[in-house]
Design a protein. Structure first.
Length: 182
């Protein structure tokens, strides 16, 4: 990894309902900067629409500005980022789903995001699911998604200055790595 990576980029990973989004929000709000939330979800059914509405209400109460962008993530970040704002992206997993559905080049999009992280003008917090810890999916599309998610997480983690795994609401720092002792 290059030593010129800004020390203000964090990738927060974890399983569904692990507490990763809540942790990421606290981390972003703790900066004292203007909070900007880049949401990648789309309301494709009633349940998802209700989830999105609940999140929007919570964020508006906390003073977040919300940018909804399901595909053009780097462009949204270029617009939203500034030295006086902290940008939280929630989440890369839904962004990946959108890219796959739109038949976009997932690897190129992931590399473009990683490249952007090296030149970001303000702090960024990115949330992503860690989906590869379970059984191998039974169908080809699910396997393709799990493989793509693992590769995307690796690309973004390599570019981020910090990587934190959240499990059961508890953060575990992966990068920078704690000193190993034998």
């Amino acid at each position: 990894m290059s030593t010129d990576v800004p020390q203000r980029t964090a990738l927060i990973i974890g399983a569904a309902r692990s507490g990763k989004s809540r942790f990421a929000e606290r981390l972003a709000l703790g900066t004292g900067l203007v909070p900007v939330y880049v949401a990648t979800a789309e309301a494709r059914d009633e349940e998802m629409a209700a989830r999105i509405a609940a999140h929007q209400r919570m964020r508006s109460d906390a003073g977040w500005t919300t940018v909804e962008e399901p595909l053009a993530l780097v462009a949204a970040l270029e617009t939203a980022a500034s030295e006086d704002a902290v940008v939280l992206v929630d989440c890369l997993t839904l962004w990946l789903s959108n890219l796959i559905e739109a038949d976009r080049d997932v690897e190129a999009e992931g590399k473009a995001l990683a490249s952007y992280l090296s030149q970001a003008t303000g702090p960024l917090v990115l949330v992503s699911n860690e989906v590869g810890a379970g059984i191998v999916p039974i169908n080809a599309l699910a396997r393709r998604f799990a493989d793509a998610q693992g590769r995307l997480n690796q690309i973004v983690a390599a570019a981020a200055s910090q990587v934190i795994l959240v499990a059961a609401g508890q953060p575990l720092r992966l990068k920078p790595a704690p000193e190993l002792q034998l």
